[in-house]
Design a protein around this ligand. Sequence first.
Ligand code: R5P
Length: 294
Amino acid sequence: MSQTAQLISPNFSDIFAPNIEIGQFPDGDSHVRINPIADCKDAEVTIFHRLYPKQNTSLVSLLLILDSLKEVGAKHISVVAPYLPYSRQDKKKLNGEVASAYVICNLLARAGCDKLITFDCHFLNKEGPAEFGELKMQNISMGKALVEYAKANVFLGEACEVITPDMGANYLVKDHGGKSYKKTRKEYEGDKIAYRDIGQMDGDFDVKGKNVLLLDDMISTGATMIKALEKLTEGGAKKVCCAATHGLFLYNCVDKIKKFTDCVYSTDSIINDNAKVSIKEKLAGLAAAQPTLF
Ligand code: R5P
């Protein structure tokens, strides 16, 4: 078997013990020190590094690590980054706008990333291997684990409908009835070119008196979940719960969601107070399937 090495970033310390140091110079430049660098020569290296929060700094740190590994002669480099920032900017809406998802993926590939292993990546609509721009990827889904959590801990054995608030996340519910609302966003308004409000959310599901789990790839500002919660409330749903793989939970949106339901949770792909389901088991499964990763 080939020689392997694992590099653990300090921002993965909730799962593995870190063996690289990442800090900042006084002016804010990133400082990276890879203590086991000698072990990476001719090795299959796996880097465990979160890219959120502080996505720009975290991405630069990763580029520094990748280039150093290339320089030292690593044979194959996999990166495990549970949430991929910039993944929602995969299309150009405006003249001159940058489709930054491609830029980020290409930068990672060119810096030496042979494979990015990530979870429920926004622009990938299925689990498994994929290629995006120049980057080879592996998309792992937390959909099943999130549904199982709700069944066991929220609905306590009672039946529940599982619905995604938009079509993009439909693959998460394909084994649970495949129901999704159709969400459209408004056009950019005024000088607000970095966010489009939600326009319509279409879909007429009979939810009267039923338990419903709303499941999405991410909760960011919470606007999508809140729109879906309004629809479910109008439709007379019984108990409703919101879950997502990635919990960014911006602008105190948990408090806004809690006006409709006290049930809202995510995985620990991004460390947050509402994480109830861990990516650890999936990582262990990955290690069993690809022994050179760990
Ligand atoms: C978008 O299509 C995604 O699947 C999520 O629905 C969206 O990114 C969530 O963002 P927010 O919480 O800001 O509505």
